[in-house]
Ligand binder design. Structure first.
Ligand SMILES: [Zn+2]
Length: 326
């Protein structure tokens, strides 16, 4: 299955015994350790058609539930900030950055938004600010979690617009800047991390993140997604394992339409506690940080393009309640 894989292992056969833990403890993350939370209510200002699947209500509901549950108060709340040009340029071309910052001008007369990046990907007057804030929130989280001291070592960024479809020079699939890719470069270039993993469990393939890191052996990109010829973005087949030095470091796990909790658990770690795919990869790669692109549009009731109800998975609880690219 892992064509071109440098990992040199095969999934354990049924009945074999494999240790149930992750192998080693993250010495400063565990029960009772602080969790950081970052968001910004201004991220609700990025808006397009009222029936668009990626709309402010998605984030508003997450923020509401974080408050009601008490989780918000239980976390270490961080200040938001905008990403700088220097930070965005670690991933994106100057031309692309300029296009996003000029996207508000695409508005048609009498309309509150335009569609400068194709019919799906709208922009309004606040999109440049929100795109920069979305990435900047994640950078704020990275800086906090990687600073020395007794502070949080893990956290959650509730942000939009999402990022995992954005490539070096193109916005698409509602995504402006590839938030997680910029955050990975921050971890590496500012904080000196050598190996970083990205796990993308959104129902769509994270094609932008895939392409940005496809030649990079310092970033293990793992994507679990629905794959068929008519489901956006139509990439992420199992043979896509990366290129050149990065060959083997892109791991795509396409699943059929209708996959559910058990399938996700099987990929992540089977219910029988055999570590099938992702855990062995992580143990071999030994990442110094793990980012999760936690798109939540696999959940039943989330409307997809054209206002149709999600017809992807049955609704994996594992991906419930997280934001687009965190
Ligand atoms: Zn998605």
């Amino acid at each position: 299955m892992l064509i071109g894989s440098p990992w040199g292992f095969a999934p354990p056969p049924p009945g074999s015994s494999v240790p149930s833990s992750f192998g080693r403890e993250a010495h400063d993350v565990g029960p009772g350790s602080p969790v950081a939370l970052v968001t910004d209510e201004r991220l609700l200002l990025h808006a397009g058609p009222s029936n668009h699947p990626e709309r402010p209500a998605r984030l508003a509901e997450i923020l509401k539930q974080l408050e009601i549950s008490g989780l918000s108060a239980a976390c270490v709340q961080l200040s938001s900030r905008e990403a700088t040009q220097e930070e965005l340029l670690r991933v994106h071309s100057q031309e692309h950055i300029d296009q996003v910052f000029n996207s508000a001008s695409s508005k048609k007369k009498g309309k509150a938004y335009g569609t400068p990046f194709g019919p799906d990907t709208y922009a309004n007057d606040e999109t440049p600010l929100c795109a920069s804030l979305s990435t900047g929130c994640l950078l704020s989280l990275v800086d906090k979690c990687l600073e020395k001291g007794d502070g949080p070592r893990c956290g959650f960024a509730a942000i939009r617009p999402p990022g995992h479809h954005a490539t070096v020079d193109k916005a698409s699939g509602f995504c402006m800047f590839n938030n997680v890719a910029v955050a990975v470069r921050q971890a590496q270039q500012v904080h000196g991390l050598k190996r970083v993993a990205v796990v993308d469990w959104d129902v769509h393939h994270g094609n932008g993140t895939n392409d940005i890191f496809e030649k990079d052996e310092s970033v293990l990109f793992f994507s679990l997604h629905r794959y068929d010829s008519y489901f956006f973005p139509g990439t992420g087949f199992v043979e896509d394992v990366g290129k050149a030095e990065g060959r083997g470091y892109n791991v795509n796990c396409p699943l059929d339409k209708g996959f559910g909790d058990l399938d996700v658990a099987h990929v992540m770690r089977s219910l029988a506690e055999w570590r099938y795919l992702i855990c062995p990869l992580m143990e071999k790669f030994e990442p110094e940080a793990i980012f999760i692109s936690a798109g939540f549009d696999a959940v039943p009731g989330i409307r997809q393009k054209g206002g149709k109800r999600s017809d992807g998975p049955d609704g994996p609880a594992i991906s419930n309640g997280a934001s687009g690219d965190t």
